[in-house]
Design a protein around this ligand. Structure first.
Ligand code: ADP
Length: 470
């Protein structure tokens, strides 16, 4: 259940409880007043009737007194009045012995049986004449007035509770949505973007409260994270350059030898003019190749901010393979490029994707100390991204780096993308390569998957949205 319906339900329940309790207390209080009022009325009427009947009894005899009571009874609309002779006291609702002991004219009121229509209040007034208790005048009142009051109060309470519940539910819902629901939704969208590695687009809330403060803190945290990530990527790039440099230095050895030998021959004057020209053009060719290799390395090392542009991943993979080949050759690893066919253009930051390819190929090379094969391939596949990306099925470019190395131990698999996790010796690994790779791919709206069997090798697959698939 979401927070706003929860708050609304709590408020409505609270309102109902308070109003219900208030209604119940009111009914109880008013009922007590009713009862006290009724007893008082019964006593006044009973005493007067008893005094009058006793006087008639004395002057005109019992029949006249009973007739007088019956006459009053026939005129009374709300009160039931009847004469109960002493001989019939067993018909009384109240204990006869107790009533018999009452002083003359002293009424007693009690709640009697309801006959299925609610409580009936009965008052008995003892009538004494000729020094003997002759009987009782019974006053009874049906429960209609009190019941009506209780019913009305209950209805009033129900109506009031319902209208207040509706109003408070509406208010709670609207205010809750405005003050909590919408800001929390914006904050969770931002958190989801952070989870995907996207630190851009600060979240701004209109209100000035704790949630706005939280939003400001999250924005500041994103800025710091983006800077840290940038530093990490650069650190990883420099560490990669260090490793590549040894391969490049080795690669430069052969053309440098050629240049040196040819230049020596020309400077010794042992060559004809035509030969000198030919050697000079060989030297130019060799230096051009060396310059290109060094430029590539420097370009890779350069720190630059993320710039996405439509890029041909196929030629990017070919460039990366060229830069990596010397290192692979040195480690007796065959670097095979299977570029595939069809359009492989994607909106990416070329420098960052090259860093990804370089990291994956270098890891593959390092996983094969005895040499082996690394296959770098590119193809397209239609598939559904992992659930945490919240994206629909679509066309994706898949960059795959497959090696025939030692593979990854199952206990290491859950950790390989964590920053600073490495199984390599000090100096050989920083533990940054896969963490940086993961961040870059997430930045591009893609994901990375790994499949590995110990002793048989590992395959890293990088998925990037194809053009037209946001
Ligand atoms: P580093 O290479 O500096 O150790 P990475 O983040 O690139 O840092 O890699 C983390 C760990 O993942 C490596 O130390 C290694 O244990 C494992 N790993 C990565 N790629 C492979 C691979 N192709 N084969 C075997 N293990 C690998």
């Amino acid at each position: 259940m979401k927070i706003i319906p929860k708050l609304t339900a709590a408020l409505v329940a609270g309102t109902c409880i308070i109003l219900g309790a208030n209604g119940w207390l009111r009914v109880r209080r008013e009922r007590r007043f009713f009862e006290a009022d009724r007893i008082r009325d019964h006593e006044i009427v009973g005493r007067s009737l008893e005094a009058a009947a006793a006087a008639v009894w004395k002057s005109d005899g019992p029949e006249a007194a009973i007739q007088a009571i019956d006459a009053v009874s026939s005129h009374s609309k709300t009160l039931g009045i009847r004469w109960i002779p002493r001989a019939q006291t067993s018909r009384l609702d109240t204990e006869a012995a107790f009533l018999r002991g009452l002083p003359a004219g002293e009424p007693v009121t009690a709640a009697g049986g309801d006959g299925g229509h609610g409580t009936v209040w009965k008052t008995y007034v003892p009538l004494d004449a000729d020094g003997v208790r002759q009987g009782f005048i019974e006053l009874s009142e049906p429960p209609s007035a009190e019941d009506r009051f209780v019913r009305n109060t209950v209805w009033d309470t129900v109506e009031m509770t319902l209208s207040l519940a509706v109003v408070s539910a509406l208010l709670a819902f609207v205010m809750g949505q405005w003050l909590v629901g919408t800001p929390v939704q914006l904050l969770s969208e931002k958190a989801r973007r952070i989870g995907r590695g996207d630190f851009s687009g600060p979240v701004t809330l209109k209100q000035q409260d704790e949630l706005a403060e939280l939003a400001r803190e999250i924005n500041a945290m994103c800025d710091r994270l983006a800077t840290t990530l940038d530093h990490l990527r650069h650190a990883d790039r420099l560490s990669t350059v260090g490793k590549l440099a040894s391969g490049v230095a080795h690669e430069l050895g052969t053309p440098l030898n050629v240049v040196g030998a040819r230049a020596k021959m020309v400077s010794a004057g042992e060559t004809t003019l035509d030969e000198s020209r030919e050697y000079a053009s060989i030297i130019v060719g060799a230096t051009d190749r060396m310059t290109a290799t060094i430029r590539q390395l420097l370009q890779f090392a350069r720190r630059d901010t993320s710039r996405k542009a439509p890029t041909d991943l196929r030629s990017l993979a070919a460039d990366a393979a060229e830069l990596l080949r010397p290192l692979a050759k040195q480690a007796r690893v065959d670097l095979v490029l299977a570029p595939g066919s069809g359009d492989a253009t994607a909106d990416v930051d070329g420098g960052q994707i090259q860093q990804v390819i370089t990291n994956l190929v270098m890891n593959a090379v390092q996983a094969m100390p005895q040499g082996g094969t690394v296959e770098l391939s590119l193809d397209t596949e239609r598939l559904e991204p992992p659930a945490e990306l919240h994206k629909p099925e679509g066309e994706h470019l898949r960059l795959r780096v497959k090696d025939t190395g030692q593979g990854i131990a199952p206990e290491h698999l859950p950790h390989i993308f964590e920053p600073f996790f490495t199984t390599k010796d000090v100096g050989a690994g920083t533990g940054l390569g896969l963490a940086v790779t993961y961040g870059i791919i997430r930045d591009h709206g893609g994901w990375i998957a790994v499949d590995s069997k110990v002793g048989q090798g590992a395959t890293f697959s990088v998925y990037l949205p194809a053009p037209g698939n946001p």
